[in-house]
Write a protein that binds this ligand. Structure first.
Ligand code: FDA
Length: 411
């Protein structure tokens, strides 16, 4: 049995939140051990943003986190987000000489590669003299009660395949369930259960949605086609809408519009999609009817991608004629269908394609200032393992940095 080493803090998970927390706590003078079971460090940073990591978003409104975050209580993240802002992370990149650029809607990406951000986080950990065990499997976690000997009372004891370690502070930074093939596990949730922390049910988020059988058959041929839309879901009271690009796939719908709405979509309910947002299609079709003898499909192809116009009209015999011969009723129905296409997904592509996990450790179990568990002293949870999920566009990494910072400052 190897001798037990002692640290001030042990952090489980060397992803975005764990690396940043380890670096900050180490630089604040704590003796930190960072443990991860995967072969490679920070795989999600590496594959994020198409390999360029969309690391934050300039449009984040820290006073109104519910605008960009989902969870039972999105206000929970306000404290941490306001103490570590997108500007703070940008300043860190500046100090390391890493170039970045803004793309769509405030999204900031590394100009060269996500690897630059991983190298930066590892360099920050080295400055903080963080011990890093990876790959390292955790076998068992125990909390040593106050009846233990004076030196270890109130500590966490972690048994790993590299030995037994102890610390008075344990941070869960093990992320969510998406992309299991690069190391995602339910470990954080299991540890939460071990310490009786409440969990909010988990679902894939930021995920393509799928449709089964005959309902999808006319659209399957459109795979690869993309267009800007307005997409909505939910009842009037809790309606969510996004203006983004929609992408047709062989099995359903994807693209930023669908990834965003998927975090709000409830199984069994429909999506409403306006395929021509900002256009009065009924009026345009009536004008075309008055001046043109072209086929309906050709008039429609002037407004929509041709393949989509063809797929749509091919399902409706009353539209397969010159537009001046189409009835007002048929044209009105066409305008209504295209500006309010209602379609009910049968499911999603699941965790193998989801960018995030909705749900997780319930925020009511944690202090929003420190991320420490209210009922379990010295146990902290940060990043995606917590029931806080950001929109597409850098909001999830910003939550990882901010929650890690709040935790490191408090330890
Ligand atoms: P993260 O998943 O980063 O890290 C968790 C770590 O815990 C992993 O290293 C894992 O190996 C480790 N772990 C798990 N189980 C363990 C166990 N049993 N023992 C030890 N270690 C264990 N967000 C964003 O803001 N901008 C973007 O561009 C993208 N792009 C993107 C693309 C793709 C394809 C995905 C899947 C996700 C994104 N995201 C994103 C989301 C973002 O990657 C995610 O929210 C953060 O990485 C969460 O950071 P965490 O540190 O909480 O978890």
């Amino acid at each position: 049995m190897p001798a037990t080493s002692t640290f001030d803090a042990i952090i489980l998970g060397a992803g975005a939140a764990g690396l940043f927390c380890a670096a900050q706590a180490g630089q604040a003078g704590l003796k930190v051990l960072l443990i991860d079971h995967a072969e490679k460090v920070a795989e999600k940073i590496r594959i994020s943003g198409g390999g360029r990591c969309n690391f934050t978003n300039r449009d984040l409104d820290v006073r109104a986190p519910h605008k960009h975050y989902v969870g039972q209580n999105p206000q929970f993240c306000r404290s941490a987000l306001s103490r570590y802002t997108p500007a703070d992370f940008m300043a860190l990149l500046d100090r390391h000489g890493i170039a970045y650029e803004e793309k769509h809607k405030g999204q900031l990406f590394a100009s060269t590669s996500a690897e630059d951000i991983i190298r930066m986080l590892l360099a920050e950990c080295a400055t903080g003299q963080v011990a890093h065990w990876q790959p390292c499997a955790v076998k068992k976690i125990s909390f040593l009660p106050s009846s233990a000997d004076a030196a270890s009372a109130g500590s966490y004891e972690i048994s790993t395949d590299r030995g037994v370690v102890r610390a008075p502070r344990l941070v869960l930074a093990t992320g969510g369930l998406s992309i299991p093939k690069i190391g995602a596990t339910d470990f954080g949730y299991r540890i939460a259960q071990q310490f009786q922390l409440p969990l909010v049910e988990r679902h894939p988020g930021l995920v393509p949605l799928t449709f089964d059988g005959a309902a999808w058959q006319p659209y399957a041929q459109l795979a690869g086609l993309a267009l800007p839309v307005e997409i909505s879901t939910g009842s009037k009271k809790e309606r969510m809408s996004f203006h983004e690009d929609l992408l047709f796939t062989h099995r359903g719908l994807s693209g930023p519009a669908v990834l965003q709405i998927s975090s709000y979509w409830k199984a069994g309910t429909p999506l409403q999609i306006n395929l021509l947002p900002g256009t009065d299609l009924a009026a345009l079709l009536q004008q075309a009817k008055a001046r043109s003898r072209k086929l309906v499909v050709n008039e429609l192809a002037a407004l929509l991608p041709t393949r989509l116009a063809e797929a749509w009209v091919s399902q409706q015999p009353e539209l397969q004629r010159p537009i001046n011969e189409a009835s007002d009723k048929a044209l009105g129905k066409l305008a209504e269908q295209l500006s309010r296409w209602e379609i009910t997904p049968t499911g999603s592509e699941g965790y193998k394609k989801a960018e995030v996990t909705l749900g997780g450790i319930a925020t009511q179990a944690l202090s929003q200032q420190t991320m420490e568990c209210k009922t379990q002293p010295g146990l902290y949870a940060i990043g995606e393992v917590v029931d806080i999920t950001g929109w597409l566009g850098g909001y999830n990494f910003q939550w990882a940095w901010a929650s890690a910072f709040a935790c490191a400052q408090a330890m």
